[in-house]
Design a protein around this ligand. Sequence first.
Ligand code: DX5
Ligand code: ZN
Length: 227
Amino acid sequence: MRGSLRYSKPKGLLIAPSILAADFACLGDEARRVEEGGCDMLHLDVMDGHFVPNISLGPPVVSSLRACTDLTFDAHLMISQPDRYVEAFAKAGADHITIHVESDGDTAATLRAIRELGCSAGLCLKPATPASVIEPFLDLLSMVLVMTVEPGFGGQSFMADMLPKIKTVRALSDQAARPFHVEVDGGIDAETAPLVAAAGADVLVAGTSVFRNPNGVAAAMAALRNK
Ligand code: DX5
Ligand code: ZN
C-alpha cells in the first residue's frame, strides 16, 4: 500500500535502501529484492551534476520503478533548482520528496509545493550546515535528513562528528508541534546504525551495506536493526 510518509513514533528503525548502490541494469528486480527483504521504503538519490559532482537518475526512471513496487518512494533531490522539478518527481510516483536547504529558490515555497502535489516534504542538511537552519520550516516538514557524508557518492565513510547534529535535530522534532522523522544518509552499516539510533535517528538510509551485502538484503536489514 503506497502512501505519504506520515509521522508515527516507530517501534523500530525504518530502513530505506538507497538505489544508488543497486545494479542499474535491473532496477525493477533490485527494488523487488529489497521489498521482499523487508525494507520500509526505497531511497531514490537524484543528482544533477551541478549541486553535486555526479549524475544519477531522473523522473523517467522513477516512473518505470513505480510500476515495479508498492514501496514508499523517498526521493532525495541533490539538485540546484528543486522548484523546477518537484512536480515531475511527484507525477513520476514519489511519495516523499526531500530537498536540500542549500539549494536555490524559496525553500518554504518549494516545501509547500511538494505538499500541494500530495507528497510529504523533507529538508536535507549537508555536513557543514547547522541544525538551526530547519527552524523556520518545522511546520512544513515530515522528515529532516542529516547527511553523514558529503552528498554525491555512495560507499563513503560515516562522519561521526555529525552525531551531535542528529541529537539537535531529534530534540527539535521532540519539541515540535508536529514531530518529524529524523533520517540519516551516508556510511550507515551494522557498526554505525547503533550510533545514529542512539543519537535519535529513526530512518536509516543504507546503500552499500544493503544492496551489496554478501549475506543478502534481509540479513543486512536485520543487522541494521540490531536484531
Ligand atoms: C549520497 C547519497 C546516499 C548514498 C548512500 O549522496 O545521498 O544515499 O547512496 O550510500 P552508502 O550507504 O553506500 O553510504
Ligand atoms: Zn541519499
